[in-house]
Design a protein around this ligand. Structure first.
Ligand code: FES
Length: 158
């Protein structure tokens, strides 16, 4: 969940910007700090940074979207990564991804409404011998079939 309207968080960010304002290349550390505080760089946050740091919005947006470490939308409590690398793909990873999307009622790349899960497709996770593979947080699940999904999700829905 993104608490993007919380005043105290904006105050914390304002203070940080004031400290960094005169540094060359301040935008990058400011964006990192904003992401740390808010968990995302939503439009409101980018606008705030642009105004406070006196950097054009186009530049703030450009840097925010260029680096994969930044996310414009808040991530869920649990991040599910389904491998779509070759070994997993040929063993039915797409069906795993589809089942997750259906069970959670969320599109790939998005977060569930309750903020619990973010569903992502990813490249090889380095566990091809266990294909098809997914990770929830740091935990690896291998040799999956779509019918495994509801039970696995239950562990996280408690
Ligand atoms: S292709 Fe999926 S873990 Fe390597």
């Amino acid at each position: 969940m993104c608490y993007c309207d919380e005043q105290s968080k904006f105050e914390e960010l304002r203070k940080f910007i004031q400290e960094k304002r005169n540094d060359k290349g301040a935008l990058m550390p400011v964006l990192q700090k904003a992401q740390e505080i808010f968990g995302c760089l939503s439009y409101d946050i980018q606008e705030f940074i642009s105004k406070e740091l006196k950097v054009p919005m186009a530049e703030v947006y450009g840097v925010s979207t260029f680096y994969s470490q930044f996310t414009l939308e808040p991530k869920g409590e649990h991040i599910i990564r389904v491998c779509l690398g070759t070994a997993c793909y040929v063993k039915g990873a797409q069906a795993i991804l589809d089942r997750l999307s259906k069970e959670l009622n969320v599109e790939v790349g998005k977060t569930t409404q309750d903020g619990k899960f973010t569903l992502e497709a990813t490249r090889c996770l380095g566990a091809c011998g266990l294909a098809p593979v997914m990770m929830i947080g740091e935990k690896v699940y291998g040799r999956l079939i779509p019918d495994d999904i509801p039970n696995i999700l239950k562990e996280y829905q408690k």
